[in-house]
Design a protein around this ligand. Structure first.
Ligand SMILES: C[S@@+](CC[C@H](N)C(=O)[O-])C[C@H]1O[C@@H](n2cnc3c(N)ncnc32)[C@H](O)[C@@H]1O
Length: 303
């Protein structure tokens, strides 16, 4: 039996079509494997679309090398403006001989796993999950706002009144909104959803409350859960693959409306420049601007 390719992310098909039978290991792909866990099979080679953040990228490259056998091929790429030029120096610091080719505004680095790589443990520790003493939360490089409170989230925290009933935190990140909402005794349950497995894992550790449940999934799925929830809280994502994607914010709004009962309420925060008024007006019967500041706005939308 041939050993599968370890695939991380979705490299542009024009450069690398998805290798047949590859095993997806990006935390942003529900249904893929968890790269942090011991794998169920051996990998012959790895194809990595390296993430842009340094600690996150180094963690992924180190972990891929750790999982390959000596001599196993690793191919890592990233756009020039998203960390591509940093891949080769990192691989060299791990003791790899690297070829570094520029192609289609990407850097494409090939190497093989050396017999004794160096510096992997340090990179794995620097990019791994940890308890942040300042945030007082479990977090990991690569998760949204992993080392500071986002100002939009902060404004929403100041604005949300005590909620009650059954609800959801859509795009929960570290679980900061859910933690706040759960202070209200009237909250019966809250679902925490995120597309980033690492976020869900951190939120699970941060929100130690029996009323909370945790879900790794993509809110854009049209066959996602419907519902009759009483409330939703969210700071919708509007970046996909590092680029602004306003459709993603609109998809969050549609998902919130789908999950709520008639009369249910959605509290959301957004960058002031984002045009969410139209999708909100389409999906909700009443929309009020409740707070503004630091470049953000907070809406209360009633279905
Ligand atoms: C702006 S962050 C907010 C995180 C957290 N609620 C906070 O306020 O700190 C948006 C979150 O949505 C998640 N996300 C992005 N696209 C998603 C999708 N399609 N389905 C589910 N979650 C998604 C991101 O991983 C990120 O954690």
């Amino acid at each position: 039996m041939t050993e599968p390719v370890l695939l991380y992310g979705r490299p542009p098909p024009a450069l690398f079509p998805d290798p047949e039978g590859a095993v997806q290991a990006s935390p942003m792909e529900p249904g893929g494997i968890d790269l942090a866990e011991p794998p169920a099979c051996m990998f012959a080679s790895a194809l990595i679309l390296a993430p842009p953040g340094r600690l996150e990228r180094d963690w992924v490259l180190a972990r891929a090398l750790q999982l390959l056998p000596p001599g196993g091929k690793l191919l890592a790429l990233a756009p020039n403006d998203r960390g591509g030029p940093r891949i080769a120096p990192t691989l060299r610091s791990f003791g790899c001989a690297v070829t570094d080719d520029p192609r289609r505004r990407h850097r494409i680095c090939s190497t093989v796993r050396p017999l004794r790589p160096t510096g992997l443990d340090e990179a794995l520790e620097a990019g791994g999950a940890r308890f942040d003493q300042q945030l007082r939360l479990w977090t990991q490089p690569g998760v949204f706002s992993w080392d500071r409170l986002d100002p939009g989230t902060a404004l929403l925290l100041e604005s949300i009144p005590p909620l009650a009933g059954r609800g959801a935190d859509l795009g929960c990140g570290l679980g900061i909104l859910a933690l706040h909402v759960l202070k209200a005794p009237g909250v019966e349950s809250i679902e925490l959803w995120d597309i980033d497995r690492r976020a869900v894992q951190c939120a699970r550790r941060n929100v130690a409350d029996p009323r909370a449940s945790f879900h790794h999934g993509d809110l854009r799925r049209p066959d996602g859960p419907g519902g009759d929830l009483d409330f939703v809280v969210m700071n919708p994502a509007f970046h996909e693959g590092g680029r602004e994607d306003r459709a993603l914010g609109a998809a969050f709004i549609a998902a919130a409306a789908r999950r709520l009962r008639r009369g249910g309420v959605c509290w959301l925060t957004a960058n002031r420049h984002l045009p969410y008024e139209a999708p909100l007006a389409l999906a909700f019967s009443e929309v009020q601007l409740r707070a503004e500041g630091a470049g953000f706005k907070v809406y209360e939308a009633v279905k």
